[in-house]
Ligand binder design. Structure first.
Ligand SMILES: [Zn+2]
Ligand SMILES: [Zn+2]
Length: 294
């Protein structure tokens, strides 16, 4: 086998273009087939040809499910959006908004396992330049040291799905920079974040018990003690992330409630009076004729 031997895609049979090969565990995949895999799937290299074929068949079916999807709520101002179809109890995350081209996976509410908002912080020391006696400039630390911070917000939705277990995406378009005006932020950051998190934790548990308005009030209150909330982009991402987290915990609650209702034992009986098949009412009477069933 020479270096320039052409390979063929094990799924569609097309010749694979130079540098266009996507390796599988036991074969090769062309770029076009790879582009049709789920956007949340990242285990291609560990997948067999058969598994990829199965996934592509599922992705074709997803196009039909997507046709029937009708968004009633949308979260996110940037390109990546979480869309809910509250009637069908389905959701999706789209990176482009062009649903037809993108074919984002449509999931049922019951597939949600949880949601986190991850805020990645990078900290960098700020220095100043001083001229030394030989005329050269050098960088020295401030006393006390000063830092700049940059933040990225990631939504992570944990799901039950055959091809991926997480939908992760960034809320901010570019990293959000923060430079504290004084050094008290550095000293108190642990304390500030601790009190914010406690407040948010309370808010989410309030939201999951269905009191959405009260929860968002709690969120605002918790966040007001964080000086970074003065940065508009930071505040917007935080609120959006918390809104998404709250919405998903409500979804989980809805699924749980339905499960409880559905698992109530109900047994149909034949009424001895009117002979209808009936579910006994709370007072053990027939739904149709009202006759006693015991
Ligand atoms: Zn192919
Ligand atoms: Zn009856």
């Amino acid at each position: 086998m020479g270096l320039f031997d052409r390979k063929y895609c094990d799924v569609c049979g097309d010749k694979i273009r130079l540098l266009g090969n996507k390796k599988l565990k036991d074969g090769n995949l062309c770029k076009n087939c790879a582009s049709q895999l789920s956007p949340w799937f990242d285990e291609r290299r560990d997948s067999r040809v058969e598994e990829i074929k199965e996934q592509l068949a599922y992705r074709e079916k997803n196009k039909e499910v997507l046709q029937a999807f009708s968004a009633t709520r949308s979260f996110g101002q940037q390109r990546t959006k979480l869309l809910l179809d509250e009637k069908a109890k389905k959701f999706l995350v789209t990176k482009t908004g062009k649903l037809h081209e993108e074919n984002p996976d449509v999931l049922d509410y019951s597939q949600v396992n949880g949601c986190d908002l991850d805020i990645n912080e990078r900290k960098q020391e700020k220095t100043r330049e001083v001229k030394s006696s030989d005329g050269k400039t050098k960088k020295v630390s401030y006393q006390p040291p000063r830092y700049t911070y940059s933040y990225d917000f990631y939504v992570r939705i944990y799901v039950n799905h055959p091809y991926f277990n997480e939908i992760k995406y960034r809320l901010n378009r570019s990293s959000i920079e923060y430079e504290p005006r004084d050094s008290s932020f550095q000293m108190n950051t642990g304390q500030v974040i601790g009190s914010v998190l406690t407040g948010l934790h309370d808010a989410v548990s309030i939201a999951s018990s269905g009191r959405g308005a009260e929860a968002s009030g709690r969120i605002d209150h918790a966040l007001s003690s964080d000086p970074r909330m003065q940065i508009p982009d930071y505040a917007e991402c935080y609120r959006m992330g918390m809104e998404i987290k709250t919405a998903l915990s409500q979804i989980q609650e809805e699924v749980r409630d339905e499960y409880i209702v559905a698992s109530q034992p109900k047994q149909a009986v034949t009424c001895p009076h009117c002979h209808a098949t009936t579910y006994p009412t709370e007072s053990s009477t027939c739904e149709y004729c009202g006759g006693a069933l015991n």
